[in-house]
Write a protein that binds this ligand. Structure first.
Ligand SMILES: *[C@@H]1O[C@H](CO)[C@@H](O)[C@H](O)[C@H]1NC(C)=O
Ligand SMILES: *[C@@H]1O[C@H](CO)[C@@H](O)[C@H](O)[C@H]1NC(C)=O
Ligand SMILES: *[C@@H]1O[C@H](CO)[C@@H](O)[C@H](O)[C@H]1NC(C)=O
Ligand SMILES: *[C@@H]1O[C@H](CO)[C@@H](O)[C@H](O)[C@H]1NC(C)=O
Length: 298
């Protein structure tokens, strides 16, 4: 058995996490260290002559104490300590990274009022395995307990909030807590459902040539919008020929079709549609992918 201690790192940055203070051979001991901190790993209790540390199998230092100043990502790897005769004393797997920083959160509701989605990023990337606990509760209902924000589309940093209250008198607070071997951090982020509405783009855009240099344009509501009958959408149509910057927009339209007229024979037009909540809550969707159609010459 071999007593391990870590030196200095706690004072230098946000610390070092060690899963075990004692290890039975020949286990590999995982050691998590913050980038930029210093670490000292003694091999044995006493002062032994001829003991050496190796890094990824090549000899690193002939000393019972391994000391690394100002660690960087390239110090990651397997460190082994050996007796003068070469016998293995212990193995340390050094993992470098950062304690989690408070997540930057972005929430939107493509499925108003059924569901909102939040996603988040951490800067710098913690590098080390990091897991997240995401919960939410309504501020206007202080008795309500926090609900789990369920992982969305298998993404680690994305979750779905269900059954939010519409036109609530106060925000819903989402609590995103990030945890790894070097620490944890929490971000509390307020959400007002009506402010984060953002439909997905309309689908199935089709264009039909009509007599008299006209194009008939049709589309379908975004399939992620759960109830287009009770929660109406309105649409904006954008079209251009030549440079995209010269695009003109028309609308809003409440129906799923419109006719472009006054077009030039022989010209190819590119058409895109976006959707917005009928009551103007939140943002417009992104534009659908452009569909082109050429007005016939005769
Ligand atoms: C630690 O290393 C980094 C990058 O290698 C360097 O920018 C920094 O100045 C070093 N810090 C100290 C205290 O030596
Ligand atoms: C040491 O080994 C680790 C893990 O196999 C590897 O990621 C790292 O690049 C190696 N470093 C050097 C300097 O060989
Ligand atoms: C946020 O969530 C974490 C993890 O569940 C919990 O420990 C913490 O108390 C919560 N903070 C607030 C302000 O609700
Ligand atoms: C879009 O087209 C697909 C295939 O033609 C069809 O199954 C779907 O119902 C359409 N969706 C809408 C919203 O019109």
């Amino acid at each position: 058995m071999c007593l391990i201690y870590i030196f200095g790192a706690l004072a230098v940055t946000s610390g070092v996490f060690s899963q075990d203070t004692t290890t039975l051979l020949p286990e590999i001991r995982d050691l998590f260290v913050a980038v930029g901190s210093s670490v000292k790993i003694p091999c044995t209790d006493g002062e032994e002559k001829g003991v050496e540390w190796r890094f990824n199998s090549s000899v690193l230092v002939s000393s019972p104490v391994l000391s690394i100043q100002n660690t960087s990502l390239k110090d990651q790897g397997i460190y082994t300590c050996h007796q003068p005769n070469g016998d293995l004393i212990q193995t340390v797997s050094l993992h470098l990274g950062y304690p989690p920083s408070p997540p930057d959160v972005h929430c939107w509701s493509p499925s108003y009022p059924k569901r909102a989605i939040c996603s988040w990023t951490l800067t710098p990337d913690p590098v080390l395995p990091t897991h997240y606990i995401a919960t939410y509760r309504s501020i206007s209902d202080p008795l309500s307990s926090a609900r789990q924000c369920q992982k969305w589309r298998e993404q680690d940093r994305q979750c779905a909030l269900e059954e939010l209250e519409i036109f609530a008198s106060g925000p819903t607070l989402i609590n995103i807590t990030a945890i790894n071997a070097l620490g944890s951090t929490t971000r509390i982020w307020p959400i007002i459902l009506e402010q984060i509405v953002k439909p997905d783009p309309p689908v199935n855009v089709s264009v039909m040539v009509m007599p008299g240099r006209k194009l008939s344009v049709q589309w379908g509501p975004p399939p992620t919008w759960p109830d287009p009958v009770n929660f109406l959408l309105k649409y904006t149509v954008k079209f251009h020929w030549g440079k995209p910057e010269t695009a003109r927009t028309l609308g809003p339209y409440e129906s799923n079709k419109m006719v472009l007229s006054g077009l030039m024979a022989g010209r190819t037009y590119y058409i895109q549609i976006s959707a917005k909540d009928f009551l103007d809550d939140g943002q417009s969707s992104d534009w659908s992918a452009p569909i082109s159609a050429t007005v016939p010459v005769n």
